[in-house]
Design a protein around this ligand. Structure first.
Ligand code: NAP
Length: 390
């Protein structure tokens, strides 16, 4: 009777490449073949624990196990191998100790015959899942996020979308893949929560991103003293910390050409009494985007901060636009307009983009007005509105 061996393997997939370790010894079926790093699960060990141990022993490598990539069973002439492969991230450098060589192989150039037979089925699944590029969209379940998703899907871009609510993401995912025939992956995440972001990044492990659109935001608007501690934390984190953190993750997993669009706001152009936290955070997001675009110059990655004025989105925002009368009608834009023009602005390499002529005009005009007058005008006008939809 053939012996049955249970083994684990680590698939490191980054920027469209998979980490392959070539075996230096073993039976004729596996020697000199590539394999996932790993080995036998010892008695009493959990699979993830075995993987951590094997990576340390074989490569002196510390890893994070992100999720299961697949399992397979393969019958060799002398044994049956049950293999479970996990997607993992490298947390340290490595030293080749037991293998002939280790290298990163482009997923698009994989020849499965070079791999150990037991690894091939899972390798095929990995190539199918991770060779295509994805566009990452936060706030996808909102009005503007949905508009970006539809425009990107219509261009044939695969999407990795996130928002806070799983059901809404599932519904949007079905709509987008059904209507546009693209691949859509999703994961619910509260971007104001570091742990939730950690889970999001684990579930996005292995994907390569050609684009990031940071849309998520919380336009809480009220007098500063009406905030409590939890609202302050929530808004600051959702609007700025979340966007910056997702930007770093996507940059680490970016394709050679990578475009970041950060949805800021004209409200970030100057301080706004009664909208003080929002305008400060949107100002910070614009400043971050402009600075980062300079840092990334020449790397193939670009950054565009989009500063929309009012956009026809939630019912309360639409009501507010109506209450502005003629100016509201002239300046307000639809989510589709903002999405389409922002994508074009990013393609033109614009670092800062204000959608709509009226908003550009308003920006130019208000530059001439002394700050003291601007603040007095804004304070009077904005003290009358209070929004807290989050
Ligand atoms: N509407 C305007 O007039 C206007 C003007 C200028 C700029 N903007 C900016 O445009 C962006 C989108 O606005 P919108 O009007 O489309 O808003 P929206 O419909 O209210 O959508 C907001 C999106 O952000 C997500 N979100 C909120 N807090 C989050 C958190 N903590 N973690 C993860 N996701 C979170 C929401 O997820 P859930 O659906 O799960 O809540 C939703 O997908 C915002 O950044 C906003 O500041 C809007």
């Amino acid at each position: 009777m053939k012996s049955i061996i249970n083994v684990v393997g680590a698939a490191f997939v980054e920027r469209g490449r998979v980490f392959a370790a070539r075996r230096a010894y073993g039976s004729e079926y596996v020697v000199h073949k590539y394999e996932f790093v790993g080995g036998k699960i010892e008695c009493g060990e959990q699979p993830e624990g075995a993987l951590v141990r094997e990576c340390r022993e074989e490569l002196g490598l510390d890893i994070e196990v992100c999720g299961k990539a697949g399992c397979a069973s393969f019958e060799y002439p002398d044994k049956i191998v049950n293999i479970t492969v996990y997607l993992c991230r490298m947390l340290s450098g490595y030293t080749v100790k037991e293998h002939e060589e280790c290298r990163w192989l482009p997923l698009s150039l994989i020849d499965e015959r070079d791999w150990a037979p037991a690894d091939r089925d899972i390798l095929k699944d990995i190539v199918r899942e991770f060779a295509p590029r994805y566009s990452f969209v936060t706030g996808a379940t909102g009005y503007m996020g949905g508009a970006f998703c539809r425009q990107l899907a219509a261009r044939g871009e695969n999407l990795f979308i996130t928002g806070r609510r799983e059901e809404k993401l599932a519904e949007l995912s079905r709509e987008l893949s059904g209507r546009y025939g693209i691949e859509v992956r999703y994961r619910a995440c509260d971007l104001s929560d570091e742990r939730s972001r950690g889970e999001l990044f684990k579930s996005a492990c292995g994907y390569t991103f050609g684009r990031l659109v940071n849309v998520a935001g919380a336009d809480i608007q009220k007098a500063f003293l009406k905030y409590d501690e939890s609202k302050i934390t929530f808004q600051c984190r959702a609007l700025f910390e979340g966007a910056v953190s997702v930007t770093r993750f996507c940059l680490e997993n970016a394709a050679d050409k990578f475009s970041i669009i950060n949805i800021s706001s004209v409200s970030g152009l100057y301080p706004m009494p009664y909208f003080a936290i929002y305008s400060a955070l949107k100002g910070a997001l614009t400043s971050f985007s402009v600075a980062l675009s300079r840092e990334l110059k020449g790397t193939g990655a670009t950054v565009t901060a989009v500063l929309p004025g009012a956009v026809y989105t939630r019912p309360d925002v639409v009501e507010y636009i109506k209450a502005q009368g003629l100016w509201g009608r002239l300046a307000a834009k639809s989510p589709d307009y903002v999405a389409e023009r922002s994508l074009k602005a990013a393609e033109r390499g614009k670092v800062k983009y204000i959608p709509g002529f009226a908003n550009k005009l308003m920006r130019a005009f208000t530059l001439l007005i002394p700050m003291r007058l601007k603040l007095a005008f804004i304070a009077k006008k904005w003290s009358k509105t209070q929004k807290d939809a989050f």
